[in-house]
Design a protein around this ligand. Sequence first.
Ligand code: ADP
Length: 496
Amino acid sequence: MSIQNRLLLVYALIFCVVYFLSSLVVYTLPRDQILAQIDADLYSLAAELVSSSTQVGVDGDILVPLSEELATLETASTFLNIINRRGEIVARSKNLVGYDKLLDPESLGTAEVYRVVTHDNTQVRVLTVPVSDDDGRIIGHIQVARLLDNFEVFSRVLSRALLISMGAAFVSLIVLAALTSTLFRPLEDIATVARQITRADDLSRRVPHSNRTDEIGDLARAFNQTLERLERLFRSQQRFLADVSHELRTPLTSVRGNLDLMRRFGDYDEESMVVIQDEMERMSRLLGDLLLLARADTGGLPLRHEPVELDNVLFEVYRQISRIEKPVTMELTAVDQVMILGDEDRLKQLLLNLVDNAIKYTQPGGVVRLSLAKDTGWAQLVVSDTGIGIPAEDLPHIFERFYRVDKARSRAQGGSGLGLAIAKWVVQAHGGAIKVDSTVGEGTTFTVTLPIYQPPGRLGSTNGEAAEVEIKTRPGLRNRALPGTLRRGQQVNERE
Ligand code: ADP
């Protein structure tokens, strides 16, 4: 059953119960009160007669000398009968002259009885009171009665009023049903559009009524926001799949082409072997990066939380890179001693990715600078270069997966477009932030901010001054030779 019908049913049920109860109260309360008033009047009349006027006749029967006013009775609607032991009327009020029937023949017993009796289609309330002599023997009865005509009129008017109000209530129920369906129509509209969206697989559509200010507007807005998010996710997933397939197809085509060549000429071709090897390495790097991001997404990539001397990580990366032959100059500017809580391998990977990019996108003769500084609870790691820079319109996207400013150039440099996505994940997983500033033709600066770890009991050891730059291999640090170029995939997988 729809909510609309359910609501109507509930309305109708509540209404019927309330109507029935209130009608009962309205109908019975005044009726009982009126009857009680009549009964009280009849009783006092009967009591007055019994106490003041009744006597026992010589035959032991009732004798009531009716006073003139009682016999006339002021109210024409009040009647009186005096009945002897044998049930015969011995005296009556004047308005009963000629009427020989007893007012209530069934109540001549030993107790007072109030009854509503019908005479010639007219209802009367009758009180029958037995009268006894001093020995307690019943000598007769007094019956006093009152016409109930006013009371009947009242009852009729009341019944009609209740009927009319019932009709009005019924009409209001019909109006309510119509109004309810109008109120629910926007919900039906939303459901219809939602169904169309599902059927047409078109996440770019939006449901109507989102500009309303009521609950339906809230629902429509929430639904549209969900659709927007779904659309974004769906698009990025599609783009991601297309990018992955493309990235994998290119090296595979190259490998196949070179293998074909070698087979055709039946010759072991050294140049083709080098190309094949490069492409295979690029693919394994790409797969390594993809695997890492996939595991990071699903929360399946555990991060260690150990105290790490960030300055040492920086020195180590600097030292490794310094051993590689490259066309740019590397400079370590300021290095503060900074301890953070985190995963040393991932932090090294973050730095390598940034430095790798800085070297890749800087022309021969350019400079790549590294620095580490302390700033009220935060470590600031900066990798800047004097390279080609990034256009302003690309800056907001460069941390997206597979986003590359110049695809051809990036691929030629061995890039896959995942390095910065990984860097961003590492920074965020350490509770930090990464930002980029760049000017085309002048250079790029990446700034990583990470929360500092203050080991218990080691207060005041760092004062924020730059430590003297001294590059030494510390015991326990492992040397990782990076043959020829920086290889992200290899670094990533080392500890996995
Ligand atoms: P890639 O593997 O292509 O280098 P990244 O995710 O590391 O992928 O970088 C994304 C893109 O950002 C690069 O393709 C490049 O266009 C741009 N980029 C990154 N770092 C720099 C930099 N230091 N200078 C200029 N462009 C950069």
